[in-house]
Design a binder for this molecule. Structure first.
Ligand code: PLP
Length: 383
């Protein structure tokens, strides 16, 4: 069976994980955590990068820093993972879902403006499949209405918009190092990117249980104490050590994924040309990171047919997301503003094919052949 995902692993990770285990400090903010954070600060670049146990936690930390009050509203796409909404619902905020652009599956900027009320506090965008949202327009709307912007860049590490890294446009960006992402910190992990200088100090405090421990370690205070609300939003250093192994091989991992993505595109381009299916689309300003390769079929029935066809051929394919506004919790905590013209329709057509670091050319060719076979057998049936 060709799995849908295999966690990225280059062999570089072992030495750092072992070194971390054998060191005297394996709790958070140790040697490897610092190495990783400095790497992001220089590479993206960004003002401050803080490792978190997951992207979910990074989003929660952002929501805490925005000081949202019950009843405040945040505007976000319905086509996203639950954490994009949950982080704000935990603060009592109301998620106001809006429609997507069917080409990119990203939030439609035209849908944001009519959803703004006097309770709106933030716009939360998701860079789906590592493709950039229209950040120029979104930042302009946010500025005009004095709204904060949070970028859920869970899938978008090292993607850019007009040459600038995703996650570095809004007040905050959040990355994921879950095992299904391009880079992983041993299964789970995340990063909060802080682009507003004035929020950095408080972010460090909230992340360290509401204490000024980070300032203490930097020698800025002579004892540390409880100074604010907080929680524990820092991962252990062994996880960071695993991630460090991957960051040292970042170019290799990124190139391998892009090779896979482009091979799929070459092998399956004819499906789009012949009108059988749509392939991923990105705007010309967006440089994507080959996070996922999907195809969009005619309807949910043909998608179910292809999933079964591939499964019988030994290939696992998956779909996501069930639009949040149609979920039990989405109905309870939030609302959809405007017309759901594309969110439900497009989400029901989308199917993701296996794409991971160690996927071989032969496997891609085999999967592509099976996908093409499915469409030609469907075509024959309909004749
Ligand atoms: C758009 C989006 N946001 C947030 C998350 C949550 O990431 P994590 O598992 O690191 O908490 C995911 C996970 O798949 C995601 O796809």
């Amino acid at each position: 069976m060709i799995p849908f995902n295999r966690p990225p692993y280059t062999g570089n990770e072992d030495q750092y994980v072992l070194a971390s285990i054998r060191s005297d400090k394996i709790s958070g903010d140790g040697f490897y955590s610092r190495q990783c954070e400095q790497w992001f600060q220089a590479k993206l670049p960004c003002k401050k990068a803080l490792l978190t146990p997951s992207c979910t936690h990074a989003l929660e930390l952002a929501a805490l820093l925005l000081e949202l009050k019950p009843g405040d509203e945040v505007i976000l796409p319905s086509y996203t993972f639950v954490s994009t909404a949950n982080a704000f619902v935990l603060r009592g905020a109301v998620p106001v879902f809006v429609d997507i652009d069917p080409a990119t599956m990203n939030i439609n900027p035209d849908a944001i403006l009519p959803a703004i009320t006097d309770k709106t506090r933030a716009i939360v965008v998701v860079h789906y499949a590592g493709g950039a949202c229209d950040m120029d327009r979104i930042m302009k709307i946010a500025e005009r209405h004095q709204l904060s912007v949070v970028e859920d860049a869970a899938q978008a590490m090292l993607s850019t918009y007009k040459g600038k890294a995703l996650g570095t446009f809004g007040d905050f960006g959040a990355l994921s190092f879950h095992e299904t992402k391009n880079f992983t910190s041993a299964g789970e992990g995340g990063l909060l990117i802080i682009n507003r200088e004035s929020l950095i100090d408080r972010a460090e405090i909230i992340r360290e249980k509401g204490t000024n421990r980070s300032r203490f370690f930097r020698g800025m205070v002579d004892k540390y104490t409880w100074v604010d609300v907080g929680s524990s939003y820092l991962p252990g250093d062994v996880q960071a050590a695993y991630l460090w192994g991957q960051l040292e091989d970042a170019d290799k991992i990124a190139a391998s994924r892009m090779r896979c993505w482009q091979r799929y595109e070459r092998q399956l381009g004819m499906l789009e040309q012949e009108g059988y299916a749509d392939l991923p689309r990105f705007t010309s300003e967006s440089n994507h990171n080959a996070h996922c390769f999907y195809i969009k079929l005619r309807d949910p029935e043909s998608r179910a047919g292809l999933i079964t066809y591939l499964k019988n051929a030994g290939v696992l394919s998956v779909f996501h997301y069930v639009p949040l506004h149609s979920s039990e919790a989405g109905k309870k905590f939030g609302r959809f503003h405007g017309e759901d013209r594309y969110t439900t329709r497009e989400s029901e057509r989308l199917l993701r094919l296996p794409l991971f670091y160690s996927l071989t050319d032969e496997q891609i060719d085999y999967i592509s052949e099976k996908v093409r076979d499915f469409f030609s057998s469907e075509n024959k049936k309909n004749q």
